[in-house]
Ligand binder design. Structure first.
Ligand code: NDP
Length: 444
């Protein structure tokens, strides 16, 4: 049995009932074989064994009182995965599906993503099975305050710096930061995604979506293509999806469909982003409401079949494993030329294999959605300097970082014999920097 297969067996045994974590580890380990073959010292110093084991896992009770005076109890998580190249960094997800497996898969991927940005940030992730949907602002605030009353002792600007993710936007970061500041009596960069007037960075809101599209443009360029005139389908209608759609439109593409967890809308004239933002960000309603304002658009129940809508470019920006083999087959049959992952691990392994075998341009999440955490790291720098950069300055840095990630991933893929395979390239490029730091720091 190969070293990698043996290691995978151990991961399965040690972390039972964690399918998302297994999936994320397997993808990375499969990519690393050519690196291990060339660098036996990685095995000798136990780098990969250490990499698949989080440095610290925190699980805690989050009690709070709802608007009816009833006590509710949720579960909180923070997985501090790897700090070889910088403080742990990664978002908090509030969604009823959150469990240890999901947070561990996200934390593990974050190690490589953060390394790819070229910035000094380690990997971590956290969250809770709390569902902000349908809760009043006061309930969300009480929950966030209780969550932070435990989390504050584990985080800090030089230790661990959480940000947002599914269900955690500026409102939640505000309540979390307020409580952190109150307990610590310190206005410091312990969270990113803050509002601009209280330490946030310009472009953080747009960063993941914009970065995804900068990366997609770079990938298309390789084939002599651009986004101009291309039909684009984007799943989700949250933070990543909305700002990806905005950048696609700016670059001349037409976003013909978007979704949420209940269904999807198709608007052949191009989705009107003003309406989507109003419905999802302000009214916090389902995207079905879009059709009330745009009679030409149609609404379809169920989000999975959004990939049946013909397009040239597909940007899955909702959640993990939302694009399966059948959806991949449909996209390919309909003439899709590029798929870029805005969400984390949105394509199943079978779908990814189909894209790669059919020479579809494929951008894995670790590389393509790294723009959010990159701007978070820029927010950390601005907080340390007590300074703010302009929108244009941050946007320019973001674009350069995305182009650099694309180049690094291509170069690593080529160097290790997998030219054109960005999955392998991103995993290897992200891994090597972390491995170097771990070797230099000894067995810790
Ligand atoms: P949001 O909460 O802002 O939006 C999530 C969107 O996805 C919503 O439209 C939601 O629908 C939909 N969605 C959530 N769960 C499901 C599901 N199980 N099935 C179908 N649709 C679903 O989250 P973000 O936009 O921040 O995050 C989206 C993805 O991008 C996640 O995978 C996240 O990890 C990843 N990501 C986010 C970054 C960021 O900066 N925010 C950075 C890097 C990655 P509904 O409104 O009905 O709930």
């Amino acid at each position: 049995m190969s070293y990698v297969s043996e290691l995978m067996e151990r991961v399965l045994k040690r972390n039972p009932s964690e399918p998302e974590f297994h999936q994320a580890v397997k993808e990375v380990l499969d990519s690393l074989q050519p690196v291990i073959d060339q660098h036996p010292n990685l095995v000798e110093s136990g780098i990969i064994e250490r990499l698949v084991e989080p440095e610290r896992q925190i699980m805690f009770r989050v009690p709070w009182v709802d608007d009816h005076g009833e006590v509710q109890v949720n579960r909180g998580f923070r997985i501090e995965f790897n700090s070889a190249i910088g403080p742990y960094k990664g978002g908090l997800r509030f969604h009823p599906s959150v469990n240890a497996s999901i947070i561990k898969f996200l934390g593990f991927e974050q190690i490589f993503k953060n390394s790819l940005t070229g910035l000094p940030i380690g990997g971590g992730k956290g969250g809770s099975d709390f569902d902000p949907k349908g809760k009043s602002d006061a309930e969300v605030m009480r929950f966030c305050q209780s969550f932070m009353t435990e989390l504050y002792r584990h985080i800090g600007p030089n230790t661990d710096v959480p940000a947002g993710d599914i269900g955690v936007g500026t409102r939640e970061i505000g309540f979390l930061y307020g409580q952190y500041k109150r307990i610590k009596n310190a206005h410091e960069g312990a969270l990113t995604g803050k509002g601009f007037t209280w330490g946030g960075s310009l472009v953080r809101t747009e960063a993941t979506g914009y970065g995804l599209v900068y990366f997609t443009e770079e990938m298309l360029k390789e084939r002599g293509e651009t986004l101009t005139g291309k039909r684009v389908v984007i799943s989700g209608s949250g933070n990543v999806a909305i700002y990806a759609a905005q950048k696609v439109k700016e670059l001349g593409g037409i976003v013909v469909a978007m979704s949420d967890s209940l269904g999807y809308v198709v608007d052949e004239e191009g989705i009107d982003l003003h309406t989507i933002k109003l419905v999802k960000e302000v009214e916090r309603k389902g995207c079905k409401e879009y059709t009330a304002q745009h009679r030409r658009a149609s609404y379809n129940e169920g989000c999975a079949s959004i990939w049946d809508v013909p397009c040239h470019v597909a940007l899955p920006c909702a959640t993990q494993n939302e694009l399966d083999e059948r959806a991949a087959q449909t996209l390919i049959a309909n003439g899709c030329i590029a798929v870029a992952e805005g969400a984390n691990m949105p394509c199943t392994p079978e779908a990814v294999e189909l894209f790669l075998n059919n020479k579809i341009l494929f951008a894995p999440a670790k590389a393509a959605n790294a723009g959010g955490v990159a701007v978070s790291a820029l927010e950390m720098s601005q907080n340390s300097m007590r300074y703010t950069w302009t929108f244009e300055e941050v946007d320019m840095r973001l674009k350069n970082i995305m182009i650099d990630i694309y180049k690094k991933s291509c170069q690593a893929a080529r160097q290790y014999g997998h030219e054109g395979n960005l999955v392998v390239g991103a995993n290897i490029a992200g891994f090597l920097k972390v491995a170097d730091a771990m070797i230099a720091q000894g067995i810790v």
